[in-house]
Design a protein around this ligand. Structure first.
Ligand code: C5P
Length: 202
């Protein structure tokens, strides 16, 4: 039976952490759709045309170890504004969303474009300062030499571009549940998300 949890929200709001935890809790498969755009953007930095990069994306491209760098983040957000790139990645995401056994997808347009029929939609947010603080900590812990201001600027640029684009802009679906994690620990945010899904499954 298909059961889809769609998680959207701005960069570094906690979507990935919550998505992975929900998938583990309910025994569902999880797809971080940002990785598809990051891997596509990564290939354009090697000189590939963005549409061709998306159309010929391979599973191993998702394993590249530099997909979280600021350069790749910006490249991802640039290719994500190209309608043909989004189109090339659509079928894979839709099939994943409706696979048997349940799926959790996180991204920007899951509840609005990829799976408007999702049984549960969450829109995860946090203040700009809190998102920058969390992402900076994560980057430093994984060995990236970036300043807090560089991270904050990257998030501002991407959120502005992702929200303003014509095709599948970042926005909450009308029937999405809003989850502001600014004042929550990771454990509290996960517990809140699990409670919301359980309330809707009952
Ligand atoms: O989620 P993450 O920050 O890894 O996404 C990287 C970029 O990919 C975003 O800034 C956005 O431009 C793009 N993206 C998108 N639609 C999605 C997921 C990510 O446009 N569903």
């Amino acid at each position: 039976m298909a059961f889809t949890i769609a998680i959207d929200g701005p960069a570094a709001a906690g979507k990935g952490t919550i998505g992975r935890a929900l998938a583990a809790h309910f025994g569902f498969a999880h797809l971080d759709t940002g990785l598809l755009y990051r891997a596509t953007g990564r290939r354009t930095l090697d000189g590939l045309d963005p549409v061709e990069a998306a159309q010929t994306l391979r599973a191993e491209d998702l394993d590249a170890d530099d997909l979280r760098t600021p350069d790749v983040s910006q490249a991802a957000s640039r290719v994500a504004a190209i309608p043909e790139v989004r189109q090339a990645l659509l079928d894979f995401q839709r099939a994943f969303a409706r696979r048997a056994g349940g799926a959790v997808l996180d991204g920007r347009d899951i509840g609005t474009v990829i799976c408007p029929e999702a049984e549960v939609k969450l829109f995860v947010t946090a203040t700009d300062a809190e998102r920058a603080r969390r992402r900076h900590k994560e980057m430093v812990e994984t060995g990236h030499a970036v300043t807090l201001e560089e991270v904050a600027q990257d998030l501002r640029d991407r959120d502005a571009r992702d929200s303003a684009r014509a095709e599948a802009p970042l926005r909450a679906a009308e029937d999405a549940l809003m989850l502001d994690t600014s004042e929550m620990t990771i454990t509290e945010a996960i517990a809140a998300a699990v409670a919301r899904v359980e309330a809707l499954r009952a």
